[in-house]
Ligand binder design. Structure first.
Ligand SMILES: Nc1ncnc2c1ncn2[C@@H]1O[C@H](COP(=O)(O)OP(=O)(O)OP(=O)(O)O)[C@@H](O)[C@H]1O
Length: 548
């Protein structure tokens, strides 16, 4: 069944015996919470705040899966929820009360056609994790390997249908009283939430998502996606290979397992950026309960695994490219281009006058960039953006709800492990490397857009800043400049570099005269950045694949 607020509202209106007791239960539970918030919400005492956070957690847990999901969504919004509450809310991720084991066994039998003990070599008496929509068992199949069997909570369709109508009505009624500036109506946000929730309860969808996601990362040894056991999966039971890892939750725990939090954050964030900016298909719920650190591969300290593919989303090719360009424009401090990017993405109306917006963007975003790109923080940006939204015609297009959620979750996860983490410090080198390597047609076009001006002249300072940022980044194998030099040379000399060579040649001709200033500066920049030895090494590296 799909989410349909109109149909479900009519359905509930005709069943007052279902609606009325539930409304009373919700109002009773929430009024206690609201009263405590009104009385003690402004207290600066950390103990009081902790108690309030616990009360919120208890209230949401008692109200069931739909409300738990609301809490989970809030737990990834440091812009809406106090930081000291977030820790408590993350307990909603997989530390919830389990449902009856007998009910789970009945669901398995009804869904898969045989009892659990006939299907599995070993099936435990209690789950290892109970999450909002299902509980997970660690079982063994006849081929001897371990699997995760997720069994859905009973009656979920009914519960979601009933509670979504009530949450939507409550949200729409309360919206004018709430000090929120979300950029679009609370009703729209709730609808987006409801749609994805109804998709999440069809585990066949989740199995397809997991397979699609696994195919994208098939060549990446640093990212593991569990394999779906189709014969042991259905709409309400999902069986996948077991991930033997440590949750990306606690820095100390990771360290005690000799796992390197910095390397894990890097793999996590880069794989997140790949999803958004390369694949156009992303995990919208990368919270610490859904990501594991894996050990055991020698020398590879940043190996992560994802679970829970219930909430995935796609991003269109044009949005994906605009976002990539926006990162570069932001770092180049080209705020006119950033304003145009916002317009293209739908954050500003197509006919909006950009003249007053450009300096405002510069003030908000320029300040956050600070002296170095490393000081950029998505949370700081969202805070400042909400100020802009009051004064300028900004709005957040509904299709960006899950993208923002994914980025904020990802950043929240990284901040948990490293409070100094800055997302742009990883995002920029990643984008810079892709641009300089020019390995796809779209990246080559973006590279040219960045390093050539509208009149065809070369913007050497931009090329310099791209090279600087890649050069500064230190990884376990040293700086990333050498592979980039190799890829860049391959591009320049190879079949795909035709356009780039033509544009470079054109910079030699100014006012119908030969002018080699730009070219000399370019050669000097290359010499400074790479040095002759590195350049020669890069050349060899680039010629090798060319010869092949
Ligand atoms: N393949 C796996 N290997 C190991 N543990 C797993 C696996 N799949 C799930 N788990 C564990 O079970 C927990 C719940 O699973 P999952 O997140 O898929 O359930 P959910 O009901 O969709 O949860 P959520 O409330 O996050 O939406 C995970 O956080 C993880 O601890």
């Amino acid at each position: 069944m799909r989410y349909n607020p109109g149909r479900d509202a009519r359905w509930l209106l005709l069943r007052p015996w279902i609606a009325v007791p539930r409304i009373l239960q919700i109002v009773w539970a929430l009024s206690g919470l609201v009263l405590s918030l009104l009385i003690r919400g402004n207290s600066s005492d950390s103990k009081v705040q902790k108690n309030l956070a616990r009360m919120l957690l208890r209230t949401l847990t008692n109200l069931g899966p739909c409300f738990i999901k609301v809490g989970q969504a809030l737990s990834t919004r440091p812009d809406l929820i106090r930081r000291d509450w977030l820790d408590e809310l993350t307990k909603l991720q997989d530390d919830l009360p389990a449902f009856s084991h007998d009910v789970a066994l009945k669901t398995i039998e009804a869904e898969l056609g045989s009892p659990a003990d006939a299907l599995f070599e070993e099936f435990p008496d209690c789950p290892v994790a109970a999450a909002s929509l299902g509980q997970v068992y660690k079982a063994r199949v006849h081929g001897q390997h371990w699997v995760a069997v997720k069994v859905q909570r009973p009656n979920l369709t009914f519960i979601l249908r009933r509670d979504m109508v009530l949450i939507r009505s409550l949200g729409v009624l309360a919206a004018p009283l709430l000090p929120l500036n979300l950029g679009f109506g609370l009703g729209e946000i709730i609808d987006e939430f409801g749609r994805s929730l109804f998709e999440e309860i069809d585990y066949c969808c989740e199995a397809d998502n997991a397979d699609r996601f696994a195919a994208l990362f098939a060549d990446n040894p640093a990212v593991t996606i569990p394999t779906v056991e189709r014969a042991l999966s259905s709409r309400r039971v999902l069986t996948t290979s077991w991930i033997h890892g440590t949750k990306l939750r606690d820095r100390q725990e990771l360290k005690s397992q000799r796992l390197d939090p910095a390397a894990l954050i890097r793999t996590g964030v880069i794989s997140g950026l790949q999803q958004l900016l390369e694949f156009g298909y992303f995990h919208a719920d990368p919270h610490p309960g859904n990501l594991f650190a894996l050990s055991g591969r020698s020398g590879d300290l940043g190996h992560v695994a994802y679970v829970d593919f219930g909430m995935m989303d796609s991003i269109s090719d044009s949005d994906r490219l605009t976002l990539t360009g926006a990162v570069v424009h932001l770092i180049n401090k080209d705020f006119e281009a950033v304003a145009r990017d916002f317009q293209q993405l739908g954050f500003l109306a197509p006919n909006a006058d950009l003249t007053p917006i450009i300096p405002a963007l510069e003030e908000v975003l320029g300040g956050s960039l600070g002296d170095s790109v490393g000081s950029f923080n998505f949370k700081a940006i969202t805070d400042r953006f909400s100020e802009l939204m009051y004064d300028y015609p900004f709005r957040v297009p509904a299709r960006f709800a899950l993208i923002i959620r994914a980025v904020v979750s990802q950043e929240g996860l990284a901040l948990r492990l490293d409070p100094q983490f800055k997302i742009i410090a990883v995002a920029y080198p990643y984008v810079a490397k892709r641009l300089l390597a020019g390995d796809t047609k779209e990246m080559r076009e973006k590279l040219m857009e960045v390093i050539f001006d509208g009149d065809g002249s070369l913007r050497l300072e931009r090329l310099q800043s791209l090279l600087d940022v890649v050069g500064k980044e230190q990884t376990q194998v040293g700086t990333e400049l050498l592979p980039v030099a190799g890829a860049g040379l391959k591009l320049l000399l190879g079949r795909d570099g035709g356009d780039l060579r033509r544009r470079l040649l054109l910079t030699l001709i100014k006012d119908d005269r030969l002018d080699t200033t730009d070219l000399k500066k370019l050669t000097a920049l290359m010499g400074r950045t790479f040095g002759p030895a590195r350049l020669a090494q890069g050349m060899l590296q680039s010629l090798n694949p060319l010869a092949a």
